[in-house]
Design a protein. Structure first.
Lengths: 100, 174
């Protein structure tokens, strides 16, 4: 039988993979994709508990998370394009203008 | 039994493609595997009886966000990034930290797994005659109407912000 435990474990695995992508990769595109992975993990959590408690609130919040993910992707990719026009790179290590 | 098999299939596809997303050298391949992950997560939503969210996941994530990613990949040069070093110098520390994190979460979940099982006596046939979309829609437009409107403002700000950031500067502005 599939319990909420299984879903939470899947969600934790996806979230950790997303964190690993953000921490290790140098390409900004991949970092943005990893953030999407983490948002998906959060959605699985919300919907698993929505199913567990037989309440629809978790699904409504998942819709808000998807909204925020869409806005984040649009703005993040806008920043990426602006940055690529200025520095001709997508490497995160070469963007150190505000580094002390 | 069928539920368990479906869950394991979708979970395996999701996790394996997610690992492939962060290990591919070519960004286009990463985007393709991200699409596979998103579809698998939509399947997981179906096993959780969230049919509306599964549809939203496919339409918004795969049809919107992923296509946006692919468009941006076309605009930037991927060939040069492919030849560069792919990982940070501190990737070992990141790997160890992530390993500790997943072990910690898994241990906590494992210790408390009994609290996630519904007691059999309490299980009500709580699935009403109305469909999942109707339930979500009713809740969204009555109880969560104000957050819904705030989300629309957030989308508007996102549109304006993306256009301002990505548009070419005219000579008059410089």
């Amino acid at each position: 039988m599939v319990t909420t435990f299984h879903y939470l474990l899947l969600s934790a695995a996806l979230f950790t993979i997303g964190i690993l992508g953000v921490l290790t990769r140098r390409n900004i595109m991949i970092i943005l994709m990893s953030i999407e992975l983490m948002m998906n993990a959060v959605n699985i959590n919300l919907i698993a508990f929505s199913d567990r408690l037989q309440q629809v609130t978790g699904q409504v919040f998942a819709i808000f998370v998807i909204t925020v993910a869409a806005v984040e992707a649009a703005v993040g990719l806008g920043i990426l394009i602006a940055m690529f026009k200025n520095k001709e790179t997508v490497n995160i290590n070469e963007i150190d203008l505000m580094k002390w | 039994m069928l539920e368990l098999v479906l869950f394991y299939i979708f979970a395996a596809i999701a996790v394996v493609s997610a690992i492939l997303v962060i290990t591919q050298r070519n960004v286009v391949h990463s985007a393709a595997f991200l699409g596979a992950t998103l579809f698998a997560v939509a399947g997981v939503f179906l096993t959780l009886h969230a049919e509306f969210l599964a549809g939203v996941q496919v339409i918004v994530y795969v049809g919107g966000i992923l296509v946006l990613f692919v468009f941006v990949i076309m605009l930037i040069a991927v060939e040069r990034a492919e030849r560069e070093r792919q990982y940070n110098r501190q990737w070992t520390i990141a790997l160890v930290t992530s390993g500790i994190l997943i072990a910690e979460i898994a241990y906590g979940l494992y210790r408390g797994r009994d609290s996630f099982v519904l007691p059999p006596a309490v299980v009500p046939p709580a699935v009403p005659a109305t469909g999942n979309s109707e339930l979500v829609g009713t809740s969204l437009y009555t109880l969560y109407l104000l957050p819904f409107e705030i989300a629309s403002i957030l989308l508007l700000v996102g549109i304006v912000g993306a256009v301002v950031l990505a548009k070419r500067r005219t000579p008059a502005e410089e």
